[in-house]
Write a protein that binds this ligand. Structure first.
Ligand SMILES: Cc1cc2nc3c(=O)[nH]c(=O)nc-3n(C[C@H](O)[C@H](O)[C@H](O)COP(=O)(O)OP(=O)(O)OC[C@H]3O[C@@H](n4cnc5c(N)ncnc54)[C@H](O)[C@@H]3O)c2cc1C
Length: 431
């Protein structure tokens, strides 16, 4: 098959690609969407499983700050399509949203499927054509020089080449690859001179290491902790970490895993922790196991006479410190720390600042999202198109930005889909 009339081709039917397709089709262009998977928006649907967090209600300035070092690049995208625009867009699809107690914005029914259904209905109404099970495998080497280069796809029926007036790639990152985003596009674009930062896990868990009694370092938890507490939540704790002049301090919760830690509090710190590990081979944040209690209170309670009671019972009755929190304390401190003959001040201090040694992020396939991707410097300032590949645009998580969970990921995906479509329209009108 070779498409005779040249449409705009959107490759990748996640939120970024579908948003670009909508914008282009609304402008009257014929749009064809291609995706490797049998159906669209698989990751979007998964994101809806635990409650689809579409965006966040906080003020624009605070919202933009969530993109960290990439803020200067992401903020202009958000100015085109921000959290309010996203909520209006959802409302136009018949999906009402509400602001949760944390400020996060969700569809009223918390689900992604009704939104996606309504969206696809609108897109089909606009004439957007979908080609599923079309895996993009590169550009046609034999294509004429006129941009953009033709696209090569693998399909169950064999290989096929598609020529388009413009191409929007919205291929996602590399987390949860079974949902379609595999990151296999990285060498395809890098090989064409596009500057791509290596994909790395973001919003991810970490593996731990601990000192053993003989002073050696061992990765993972002891058999005891793993057997009794893997899967156990630690709530509420505070995590503190400083690296490269940036400081993280937040309360929340996380979960002990087979080999380390994961969960919302760890995800929130993950970008800084990952950077420290990349630089130093480890990151050692501290945990405050009792963030609602002052250091003085903990020290005073611990110093009270305990009579015949064991130290464990003392920790439990005076400080309500037991279960996973107490187990973690025993896991990470040497036995000598529990010998209170010389006083309890050191143990009290450790309860308020327990060092946790993290040695590597969990694999990207397990992460909620990816950092890295096509660098903004590879994009033309005026049209947002790839400098190295005229006629080709990129959108969504495949661009080099990252953000914590909280609706920031989807919002930037939608916003960059809008920006890519606007860039295509500008370029086609000029051409
Ligand atoms: C468990 C989980 C929960 C999440 N929850 C939230 C949340 O509540 N709020 C939030 O903001 N974000 C959430 N996210 C993140 C959010 O889902 C992603 O950031 C977003 O889906 C990325 O959109 P995208 O369009 O850039 O890429 P994707 O959604 O990954 O879509 C990319 C598409 O490209 C296709 N593709 C890839 N390579 C090829 C190829 N070579 N040829 C053809 N097609 C290809 C894929 O099949 C896929 O359909 C969550 C993620 C996960 C994993």
């Amino acid at each position: 098959m070779s498409t005779p009339a040249f449409p705009v081709a959107v490759v990748g039917a996640g939120p970024a690609g579908l948003m670009a397709a909508e914008r282009l089709a609304q402008a009257g262009l014929p749009v064809e969407v291609f995706d490797a998977m049998p159906s669209v928006g698989r990751k979007f649907l998964l994101a809806g499983k635990g409650g689809m967090n579409l965006t966040h209600s906080e003020p624009f300035d605070r919202f933009s700050s969530r993109y960290g070092q990439r803020r200067p690049h992401v903020e202009p995208l958000l100015r085109r399509f921000d959290a309010d625009a996203l909520r209006r867009w959802a409302a136009e699809l018949g999906i009402d949203t509400f602001v949760g107690s944390s400020g996060r914005v969700f569809p009223t029914d918390m689900k992604a499927a009704p939104l996606l259904r309504a969206w696809l209905h609108r897109l089909r109404g606009l004439g957007v054509a979908f080609h599923m099970r079309h895996r993009w495998v590169g550009f046609d080497a034999a294509a004429p020089d006129a941009p953009p280069p033709a696209l090569r796809f693998e399909t169950p029926q064999g290989g096929t080449t598609v020529r388009a007036r413009a191409v929007v790639l919205a291929l996602g990152g590399a987390s949860w690859p079974r949902l379609g985003s595999t990151g296999a596009w990285v060498p395809l674009l890098a090989g064409r001179g596009v500057d791509v930062a290596p994909l790395q896990p973001a919003n991810c868990g970490f593996d731990v290491a601990r000192a053993t009694e003989d002073g050696a370092t061992q990765e993972g938890w002891s058999d005891f902790l793993r057997g009794r507490f893997a899967g156990a939540p630690l709530k509420t704790v505070a995590l503190r970490f400083e690296h490269g002049g940036r400081r993280f301090e937040q309360r929340g919760e996380f979960v002990l895993t087979e080999a380390g830690v994961e969960g919302s509090l760890v995800y929130a710190a993950s970008s800084l922790l990952r950077e420290a590990i990349n630089e130093h081979g480890q990151a050692v944040p501290t945990l405050d196991l009792l963030p609602d209690r002052s250091a003085d209170f903990v020290a005073t309670e611990l110093a009270r006479p305990r009579g015949a009671r064991s130290l464990s019972t003392h920790l439990k009755t005076r400080l309500h410190l037991d279960g996973a929190k107490a187990a973690l304390l025993h896991e990470l401190l040497p036995k000598s720390a529990f010998d209170t003959g010389a006083g309890t001040a050191a143990l009290a201090a450790a309860i308020k600042a327990l060092p946790l040694r993290l040695v590597r992020p969990r694999p990207i396939a397990e992460a909620i999202s990816s950092a890295g991707g096509v660098r903004f410097e590879a994009l033309d300032d005026a049209t947002f198109g790839l400098r190295a590949l005229p006629g080709v645009w990129c959108a969504g998580e495949m661009l080099d930005w990252e953000a914590p969970t909280g609706g920031y990921l989807l919002t930037a995906c939608f916003a960059s889909g809008v920006a890519a479509a606007d860039g295509v329209l500008k370029a086609l009108r000029a051409g």
